[in-house]
Design a protein around this ligand. Sequence first.
Ligand code: UDP
Length: 261
Amino acid sequence: MKKGKKLYEGKAKIIYATTDKDLVIQYFKDDATAFNNQKKTTIEGKGVLNNRISEYILSNLSQIGIKNHLVKRLNMREQVIKLVEIIPIEFIVRNVATGSLTKRLGIEDGTILKEPLIEYCLKDDSLGDPLISEEHIYAFEWANKKEIEKVKKTILRINDFMIGMFRGIGIKLIDFKLEFGRLKTNGKNEVILADEISPDTCRLWDSVTDKKLDKDRFRKDLGDLIPAYTEVAKRLGILHEQSNVSAVNVTKLSSVKKKSK
Ligand code: UDP
């Protein structure tokens, strides 16, 4: 299987064709964007960490029977994934109220939700990914009822698994975003988990100190994003080296680990 031409470039990732029509390569960039692209920068080493963290979470989800697009990680920044037709909806899952939810509804930041809350946003940058209801999804045929029922069940399983996984390493899973896609097999469509799960797409707070270990460090200008993502990777057991690894060291560590595999 060989890497082909660029098919799509998003804010944090690039998708390349391969010689296998069912597989594509997902490349993790170092670019960080927030507030619908109004705030942008490059953070050296971010793509390497997200590639590793997302690989770890998605392979663990596979092991508990949650089908997803990951085939294998190729190198520091790339993974082979199954080509799916992305459902144009961002599925937001919340355990604790923060971010846009608190602003929109005047809910106190940090309020623990009795049940996980699923919200739907239309994936459309030009509209600023607006919040939509389940009825909008059916009215405009972005997905059908059967697909959404399956997605909702899968989301709750993913949330349960991830809450436990992060709790075990002293991290609270506050909220996160998921994307799903349609995989065509033998002429039939199956909805599977796609995209990435990383500190770019989750809010992760230290269980004891509530320190933010996610992209809010960039959104809120808190600094030290790479040490925070490195801390998540280290606690997950992906990186074993000392704390406060610099971006350059992260790059080196990843190549060392790859060679030793
Ligand atoms: N999120 C994401 N991509 C988006 C929007 C949200 O990964 O385009 C994630 C975000 O990192 C957070 C969760 O979804 O973990 C809920 O985001 P919220 O709507 O509060 O986002 P905000 O508007 O505060 O960035």
